[in-house]
Each structure stands twice: as C-alpha cells, then as structure tokens.
Design a protein around this ligand. Structure first.
Ligand code: AMP
Ligand code: MN
Ligand code: MN
Ligand code: MN
Length: 290
C-alpha cells in the first residue's frame, strides 16, 4: 500500500483521456492500436467510448495490461433531449445489462444507413450499402462510414466536406436517428454499473440544463472537449462544481487519419479519474447498506 501523500506526488503531472473511439464504431484504428497510441502519448488511463458498442473493450484491456495503461470501459449513447445529446456511460461493470439494448441501437444504425444510402442514390451518388458496410468493418455503423464511401467515389475530399454537403444536420441526405430519451439513457448506464456523463454539451451546458439533468440522475459532465470554447470550459467547470457533478473530458479521438485532434490533447488530470473512482466506491457502499 502506498500512502496518500505518495499517491498525490506520483499522480502529479499524470494525464488520462476519457473519450476515445476505435473501429468497433467510427474510429479508424483497432482498439489495441488506440491503446498503443495512448501509451506513446504517456497516458496513465483511457476510456474506450465507442458509439453503441462495448465490442472493443476486451481487446483494449489486453493491450492496456501489456502496456501499463488502465482501460475504463465505456460507451457513447445518442439520446434525445431538446435535440440530440450524447451521453457517455463510463466505468461499465455489468455489460450484460446493456448488450441487448446496444444491439437494438446498432440495428437502428443499420436501417438508418440504408435510408441515407437511398437518399444519396436519389441525389445521384452511386453509394452502395455493401460499400458502407465494408467501411464499417463489422463495427457499429455511423455517418463517418457513409462519408468514407462518398470519399471513395471521389465526391468529397474529406469527412468534413461529406458532412457539409450531404450528411450533416439539415443537409439533403440527413436522416434522424431513433432516439432514446436522455432519462432512459441515464437509467441504462446505471443498470450497467456505470456513471452517466453528458458528452460535449458546449453552449447547451447551461445552469438550467445541467440542473435539470442532475435532477434525473446525471452523474457527470464533460468539461474539457475539443469542441468546447474557453468560455464553455470555464462555465461548465463552475457549474459541475456547483451541482456536484463529476468532471470528465477527453479528446474524442477517432484516429490520426480522422481529423486534426491529437490523443490526450485535453490534458485531463488523473485526479479527475480518481474522483470518479471515489464516487463509484461511495455509491457501492451506499447500495450495500440499502
Ligand atoms: P452518427 O453517429 O452516425 O450520427 O455520426 C456522428 C459521428 O460523425 C460523430 O460521432 C463524429 O464522429 C462524426 N461527425 C459528426 N459531425 C461531423 C462533422 N460535421 N464533420 C465530420 N464528422 C462529424
Ligand atoms: Mn464518432
Ligand atoms: Mn459525441
Ligand atoms: Mn465521441
């Protein structure tokens, strides 16, 4: 056992990244290579948070054990509130309580991709579902896989252009997801033993909104995310303290080829993860007593 003082010293300057994607969803690298990138970046821990799947977690655990990087099992859910909101389930300890629902969400992603492909065909882009599935490589299908099929046709230079011209909200091939209510998404994460963290709220992370979500069981909020302005970070950080919400954050890395973001770029201190650990221990103690 190390003393608390020694833990604090060794934790000084230690960083983690609590939001990352692999080929299990729309990232460009397999989970083991994401962990390798995290190790090269000197991270102590990382959360794998693929969209609607935990499929990359076992592989991440094996790589993490080999490389000395702690893996936090996670998932990113799409939910409906006033518009689309994303919810991270971090520290998932009972994946079996989640899996059948995740399978439903992945099936809805496939049906939606079929509708997007149909729209694109009507717009004169000969994208095929086979092509999209190939880009998805068996993982949870997302619009980035459709974007890769459009790029392969030479109809967009990069993912951003494919979203700007066709796939983004309000664009000609935009198709809504079937949303889960945010309240139900939070409950689902709790059933699976995790903490429910509002992902990248940005300007929507107001006092009123965070207070309301706190009231329906939200445990934490992403304070640091590449999409956040300095003002977002300051406001959401203050509100998290005010409401007793756990702070979280990460790079939302999708692989080096999927944008300019770099792994670990949000400099999330290890102490944020340690606070999440303490929260989970206290919650488990309360549940044992109850
Ligand atoms: P989906 O889960 O199918 O709705 O696709 C959303 C995913 O596409 C996000 O998780 C990001 O990885 C990516 N994405 C969202 N908006 C954009 C954008 N404007 N440009 C490029 N990629 C985006
Ligand atoms: Mn994504
Ligand atoms: Mn997201
Ligand atoms: Mn994400």
């Amino acid at each position: 056992m190390t003393t608390p003082a020694r833990d604090e010293r060794s934790a000084h300057g230690a960083f983690v990244d609590l939001h990352m994607h692999s080929t299990a969803s729309d990232g460009s690298l397999p989970a083991s290579e994401v962990v390798e990138a995290a190790a090269r970046a000197g991270l102590r821990a990382m959360a794998l948070t693929d969209h609607d799947t935990l499929a990359g977690v076992p592989e991440a655990h094996r790589a993490g054990e080999r490389l000395g990087v702690r893996i936090v099992p996670g998932v990113e859910l799409s939910a409906h509130d006033d518009g689309e909101v994303h919810l991270l389930g971090l520290h998932i300890s009972r994946p079996d309580h989640l899996e059948s629902r995740l399978a439903d969400f992945r099936e809805a992603r496939r049906t939606r991709a079929e509708r997007i492909v149909q729209r694109l065909n009507e717009l004169g882009l000969p994208v095929t579902m086979e092509g999209v599935l190939e880009h998805a490589g068996g993982g949870a299908i997302g619009r980035p896989h459709v974007a890769r099929a459009i790029i392969a046709l030479g109809r967009a230079r990069d993912q951003r252009e494919a979203f700007d011209r066709w796939l983004g909200f309000g664009k000609p091939a935009y198709v809504e997801k079937e949303y889960l209510a945010v309240r139900d998404a939070i409950a689902l994460v709790h059933e699976a033993g995790g903490i429910a963290v509002l992902a990248h709220p940005g300007a929507a992370g107001t006092r009123a909104k965070l207070g309301e979500l706190r009231g329906i069981g939200l445990d934490g909020v992403e304070v640091r995310h590449p999409s956040h302005t300095a003002e977002d970070i300051a406001r959401i950080g203050t509100l998290a303290e005010h409401f007793g919400l756990l702070a979280s954050g990460g790079s939302d890395w999708h692989g080096a080829s999927a944008g300019q973001r770099t792994i670990g770029c949000m400099n999330i201190p290890l102490s944020w993860l340690e606070k999440q650990d303490a929260f989970l221990r206290e919650r488990a103690d309360r549940e044992r007593v109850a």
